[in-house]
Design a protein around this ligand. Structure first.
Ligand SMILES: N[C@@H](CCC(=O)N[C@@H](CS)C(=O)NCC(=O)O)C(=O)O
Length: 212
């Protein structure tokens, strides 16, 4: 850790990591970024001791938080937000709760497909038929419902739903998991959220290990 700054152990190409990067940027919490270069690694030490072997984690002098929502909540505790922060438990309507469920499951489905690719499967593998069908279903459902779910939210600085939906939707094209070509409402949502500083300053890219 550098001068007690929290360390974000993450990947700049990862959608769950971008959720945390967006919270850190929006809340003004300076973190040291520690990239995980080898996503196939099976040692927990590579992942800040996360036994699930996933990113992101946030390492601090007080402890290490595993996973995007725990990381974001800890970033929020370290900040003085200028507005309300909305979390999944604030989504009390069926529409809001389902938007959260569809978005989070779709994020996980992206991980399933990417890890299958890493293991050498091609996108036409029978194993991936249902994950791709799930992504298409999620996109169609979000196209029809995300705007209304967001419109029902109270005034806020940030909501976990919007941040995670933005990270999911923009990652689709970055990793060629799908397209928003026939989803105009989702494209408009991405354009609007993508204009925020916290989104503009956290683009996806592949971290490169330092030259040997
Ligand atoms: N529940 C976790 C999921 C994190 C996750 O799936 N991260 C992906 C990268 S976007 C990962 O580490 N994949 C490696 C693997 O599945 O082995 C969170 O909310 O952060």
């Amino acid at each position: 850790m550098t001068a007690q700054r929290p360390v974000l152990v993450a990947r700049s190409s990862s959608h769950f990591s971008r959720i945390a990067r967006i919270y850190a940027a929006e809340l003004g919490v300076e973190c040291v970024f520690e990239p995980v270069f080898d996503i196939k690694a099976t040692q927990a030490s590579v992942f800040a001791d996360n036994p699930l072997l996933r990113v992101p984690s946030l390492r601090t002098p007080e402890g290490t938080w595993f996973g995007s929502i725990g990381v974001c909540r800890e970033l929020a505790r370290r900040a003085t937000p200028r507005g309300r922060l909305l979390w999944p438990e604030d989504l009390s309507s069926a529409l809001g709760a389902n938007a959260h469920e569809v978005t989070l499951d779709a994020l996980g489905t992206g991980v399933t497909i990417i890890m299958a690719r890493v293991a050498g499967f091609t996108d036409d593998a029978p194993l991936l038929e249902k994950p791709f069908a799930r992504l298409h279903g999620a996109l169609d459902w979000l196209e029809a419902n995300l705007d209304a779910a967001i419109a029902s939210l109270p005034e806020r600085q940030l909501s976990f739903l919007e941040v995670s939906a933005f990270c999911f939707l923009t990652h689709l094209e970055f990793r060629q998991l799908g397209s928003l070509a026939s989803h105009p409402a989702l494209r408009a949502f991405c354009a609007a959220f993508g204009a925020k500083d916290c989104a503009r300053t956290t683009p996806y890219y592949f971290d490169k290990p330092p030259a040997a």
